[in-house]
Structure formats: structure tokens, C-alpha cells
Ligand binder design. Structure first.
Ligand code: ZN
Length: 182
């Protein structure tokens, strides 16, 4: 009991600084594009001094993932568990899938955990891979060729975004920097 009491340090309100926070557990309602989502066991700390309510950090993290999936459902995008199921069905690791669809290992992990929403284009690609797994071979074959020129393409993309023209661009293989002709 003593140990438990020690853990329950009085928390200061981050708004007014008063040690008058009360832990509350309830069901919180969220709305996205007219659709409602209720999250149970939603923990907040309410300050009796200033009336501010602070969301518990674990609740914030967990509800964030739930709401990202809810948002994807409403938007007609695949949810995290659905993306994971497609990847498992294709027999791929997160890294292998990332190499195929692009975006890096962290993106795939974040799509699956619900931290990040995939784009509509990425969503379509995943659906096509799910419906026609044989298309995987086409992408994998191309991936081998694309890898070689990926660095140069990246530089070109970056320059293009900044509005550079690269008609007369010469790339130095040593510095990976582009020089520009007149
Ligand atoms: Zn307060």
C-alpha cells in the first residue's frame, strides 16, 4: 500500500500549477466527417482550480491510433490491421514490403500501427497487390533496375520541386551534387 501511495505523486496542473488534478475515466466521443467514434476507458486529469482537462499520455497515444484507423475507415482507406493482413498474405516482412511500395521501413510500420495514414495512391497499390499477388513479381523485377538510378532520381526530384530546370544538368558521381550548364 505504501509503495502504491508513493507512486501516486500529486500531479501539478500544467496550466495553472495547482496540485488539484482529479483522475477521471470515461467514454469519450469523437466525430469525423459526420461519423461518430466512442473510445471507452478514456483517462483525463481535470483541474478543479482552472477547469482544464489534461488527457493521460497513454490514453492519448492509444486513442490516437484508434482514431487514425477510424479516420481511414471513414475515408475508405485500409486500416492498420488490414494492411498487416495483406503483407502477411503476400509473405513479406515490413522491410520487404517497404522496398516494393516505397516510403521506407518506418512508413510501413507506422501504417500498420496506425501512427500514419497512407495516401490514396498507396492504398490503391496495396489493394491491387492484395487482389493480384502475381503483380508483385512485376514490381520486384523493376525494383532491381530502379535501385541503381534511385540516387540521381532523388536529386532530380528535389531540384524539380525547387523549380530548377535540369535540362543542362551534369551530375558528378563523386559529390552526388549537380552542376548546371549555362
Ligand atoms: Zn489548473
Amino acid at each position: 500500500m505504501k509503495g502504491a501511495m508513493n507512486k501516486m505523486k500529486a500531479q501539478k496542473c500544467s496550466i495553472c500549477g495547482a496540485e488539484s488534478l482529479t483522475r477521471k475515466v470515461g467514454t469519450e466521443s469523437f466525430e469525423y466527417k459526420g461519423k461518430k467514434k466512442e473510445i471507452p476507458n478514456y483517462v483525463t486529469y481535470e483541474c478543479s482550480e482552472c477547469g482544464e482537462a489534461i488527457v493521460d499520455s497513454a490514453t492519448l497515444k492509444e486513442s490516437g491510433k484508434i482514431l487514425k484507423d477510424f479516420q481511414r475507415e471513414v475515408d475508405g482507406l485500409l486500416t492498420g490491421p488490414q494492411i498487416k493482413a495483406i503483407r502477411i498474405k503476400l509473405g513479406l516482412t515490413q522491410e520487404q514490403l517497404a522496398n516494393i511500395i516505397g516510403g521506407g521501413l518506418k512508413s510501413v510500420a507506422r501504417y500498420e500501427s496506425g501512427q500514419v495514414c497512407q495516401s490514396k495512391g498507396m492504398d490503391n497499390l496495396l489493394r491491387i497487390l492484395d487482389a493480384y499477388p502475381q503483380t508483385l513479381k512485376i514490381i520486384q523485377r523493376r525494383e532491381q533496375t530502379v535501385k541503381l538510378s534511385a540516387k540521381v532520381t532523388y536529386i532530380e526530384d528535389a531540384r524539380a520541386r525547387k523549380g530548377y530546370r535540369f535540362k543542362d544538368t551534369i551530375y558528378s558521381p563523386d559529390t552526388k551534387e549537380a552542376t548546371y550548364g549555362s
